[in-house]
Design a protein around this ligand. Sequence first.
Ligand code: MRU
Length: 343
Amino acid sequence: MKIETLRWTNNKLEMIDQRILPASFKYLSYDSAASIAEGIRSMVVRGAPAIGVAAAYGVALEALRQQASAEFNAGMEAGFKVLATSRPTAVNLFWALQRMREVWQGVATQAPQQVAQRLLAEAQEIHAEDIRINKAMGAFGAELLPDGARVLTHCNAGALATAGWGTALGVFRSVVEAGKKISVIADETRPFLQGARLTAWEMVQENIPVTLITDNMAGHLMAHDEIDAVVVGTDRVAANGDVANKIGTYMVAVLAQRHHIPFYVACPLSTIDMNIASSADIPIEERSPDEVKGFRDCHWAAEGVQIRNPAFDVTPAELVSALITEKGVIHRPDRDKLRALFG
Ligand code: MRU
């Protein structure tokens, strides 16, 4: 089954509602920048590349919505602003908005109808490009994993987190495509359960063997020689190679180093933020305490307890064995290697 996380239908963007997977599979429809921003904020769509693609469509939808308005430019600026404040950590959001702004600036003297069509074409190109990039990364990543590898992943960096195929899960798909065997160990990924709900679902759809564990079991499995490699995605990589990803990734990276297990990060160039020198400047989103208290209507935490809910953490570059990009594999990433990558 091909997973279409986002699809353009009847001049609207439809997105799979990832909050209710795997119990229900349903598309929700979007027609403005503000509605897309709400879809990103509430995690209907999530995962760095998918957020970027959704934001690009948000800009195009706003242009289509405003094309007959005398206040076209002001309406567009408001659209950019609401999208930029939807979530702070994944740099793909800001990357996509900047790319859409540059396209807009390039055609700003044309009629709004033409501007809107140009922006829609760009959003569709970002969408198609993301799938091509994932497949290129997948092919490079597949070479790193031996036949029969047992690979741990954290969160969901799959088709659902991108326009399709996936970054970390794209590597797994490419391993299978290359005729090799793989089995996946999926961390549950508290508190939003992207591993249990989304990664497990994607791998089951794909017939890739997958075993679910709770986040605190990874060390035990590593100590018992049940994990050969770790592959995760990322929301933002700083210019020195520090990696921000879903909360709990840092713990996995420390454990992997302790057990001499390679720790790979699948990372499109759009996720590398060369404007940020190190992870110290990566904004870490703090989400609602409700996500930690329980899940949906079931609350198990004691009433009155204080709760922290940072949604991401940072893995220092020194713990990263390699970044898998669409341009190739960067072993032991550092400032010089990343600078060279951008030419
Ligand atoms: O909070 P989320 O679900 O948006 O977090 C997603 C992740 O942390 C992913 O690992 C990351 O975005 C890479 S997705 C290819």
